[in-house]
Design a protein around this ligand. Structure first.
Ligand SMILES: [Zn+2]
Length: 129
């Protein structure tokens, strides 16, 4: 039965095909959940007939609900979805550790400054009494 008011009908199978072709790593675009039975097809512009790759994302039920409630910007979903395809859910801590040395040095510097401030306050407190 076709509804004359909606000449283009939603085609979930087609949407899934587009997703499989463009985003072979199957997971929720937000949390990375890979349990296929928990994944839903989201039409990011809320037009169920728009099956362009940019408009589709796999989302778990929680994140689909949150997206529909306006809690995530569309750009975030697109960026995350692309990123999951790159990482395939494999953690990589090298990027975060890159400047670990510099960060540690900064922390040491800040600690030294804090100690100096405490010393100065103590010295001043002694002079006042
Ligand atoms: Zn999720």
């Amino acid at each position: 039965m076709t509804d004359p008011a909606t000449p283009k009908t939603r085609d979930q199978a087609a949407a899934r095909r587009v997703l499989d072709e463009n985003y072979p790593f199957k997971c929720c675009a937000v949390c990375g959940l890979q349990i296929e039975t928990c994944l839903t097809v989201a039409h990011l512009d809320h037009d169920a007939t728009n099956n362009t790759p940019d408009n589709l994302a796999r989302l778990c039920q929680t994140h689909h609900w949150m997206y529909d409630a306006g809690l995530y910007p569309i750009e975030a979903i697109r960026l995350l979805q692309a990123h999951w395809q790159t990482t395939k859910g494999t953690p990589d801590h090298s990027g975060r550790m890159k400047d670990a040395g510099a960060k540690a040095a900064l922390t040491r510097k800040r600690r030294a400054a804090a100690r100096k401030a405490v010393d100065t306050r103590r010295r001043r407190a002694k002079l006042d009494h």
